[in-house]
Design a binder for this molecule. Structure first.
Ligand code: NAD
Length: 339
């Protein structure tokens, strides 16, 4: 059972589970504004796939879906995920990311406790979280799984609370959980409100490209398909009670990301200069705007644990992954225009 499987990462997980791992999947998703239309078109009609619209805060419905579907694992991705929205309206984040996680955990616990011994031992609860729970880094260093939590936005604080609940359910009740903390994801089907799609779309439309502060904040990027693969691998071979960082070692300043997108677009969709054109290069559209409150300076993940224990490494190179993503948004204009 996958919660939040209609979202950006959840849909990549469902596609991977059905198309690559050939697993039976129940996708439980509330279909909030963040659910991505079309992201499941490759699996929607697949006999291994089933969808149920439900809220993870709805204990009765979640419990009855577990009973009915009899999963061997729960992958919990449902969340409110946009940091800027969490600053403007934190309530939904507390509800879904904390109370929703608590509800799914309680439902999973009572389901798991009643499983026969063999299935009980094999059951896994995989909780998908973020590197933002660790807080902000200076210019050097990287977060390890043992780094102290220091969340600084309503979003990351709500995710940190969820992570603590999941670990508490392991230590208190023995629920076989795995917690993952991943760096920023990018790739196809990402909501146009997130940095990379927003910049691609605005640059294409010739709109200004707002960059927070001086653009020097650093994020560590991973392609969503690499993340989905790592999650499935952890489900199969990760150790219960453990936390794993998932990243690809692609640290870039926000300004570098925006500049690279502009350069790729200039090459893939050239501007034909001349008197009528607004600019020679989309780089001219970049505008520095007032910084986000509490904007974390830098995130970077030490991923040596997943590399050494599971021999897992991200496959997509940054330039190749970003170029594919830019091409995807170029080819899917009706999708991001909502047609
Ligand atoms: P998303 O916002 O694209 O999708 C979230 C999905 O959850 C949507 O389909 C939405 O309908 C669903 N949902 C929201 N509230 C729900 C509720 N109450 N009940 C049931 N479904 C609900 O998010 P995403 O970017 O795919 O992130 C998925 C998970 O990965 C989240 O837990 C997020 O914190 C985590 N994460 C994301 C990133 C990233 O870069 N996007 C990085 C690290 C971790």
């Amino acid at each position: 059972m996958v919660t939040g499987g209609a979202g950006f990462i959840g849909s990549a997980v469902c596609r991977h589970l059905v198309q690559v791992s050939k697993q039976q999947v129940l996708n439980l998703d509330k279909l909030t504004y963040a659910a991505v239309p079309g992201s499941l078109c490759g699996v929607e009609d697949h006999p291994l796939y089933r969808f149920e619209q439900a809220d993870v805060c709805d204990q009765e419905k979640t419990a009855s879906l577990l009973e009915d579907f009899q999963p061997d694992a729960v992958m919990h991705l449902a969340a409110e995920s946009h940091v800027d929205r969490s600053i403007d309206g934190p309530a939904a984040f507390m509800q879904t990311n904390i109370m929703g996680t608590y509800t799914v955990l309680e439902c999973a616990r009572s389901y798991w406790e009643n499983l026969p011994a063999g299935r009980r031992a094999a059951f896994r609860f995989l909780h998908v979280s973020t590197d933002e729970v660790y807080g902000s880094l200076g210019r050097t260093g990287a977060f390890k799984e043992t780094s102290a939590y220091n969340p600084r936005s309503p979003y990351s604080a709500s995710k940190a609370a969820g992570d603590h609940l999941v670990m508490a359910w392991h230590h208190t009740y023995g629920l076989p959980v795995i917690v993952t903390n991943s760096s920023n994801n990018y790739g196809p089907y990402q909501h146009p409100e997130k940095l990379i799609p927003r910049m691609i779309i605005s640059a294409l439309l010739g709109k200004n490209l707002p960059v927070y502060g001086n653009g020097k904040n650093v994020r560590d990027w991973i392609h969503v398909d690499d993340h989905a693969e790592a999650l499935v691998r952890l489900l199969e071979t990760g150790t219960p009670g453990e936390t794993y960082n998932i990243g690809a070692g692609n640290e870039r300043t926000n300004l570098e990301v925006v500049e690279t997108i502009c350069q790729m677009l200039d090459e893939l969709r050239p501007l034909f200069g001349g008197a009528g054109s607004i600019c020679q290069s989309r780089l001219e559209l970049i505008r520095f705007v007032k910084d986000r409150p509490g904007h974390d300076f830098r995130y970077a993940l030490d991923t040596s644990k997943i590399a050494s224990e599971l021999h897992w490494r991200a496959r997509k190179k940054w330039n190749e992954g970003l170029r594919d993503t830019v091409c995807w948004y170029l080819e899917h204009e009706p999708w991001w225009r909502g047609n």
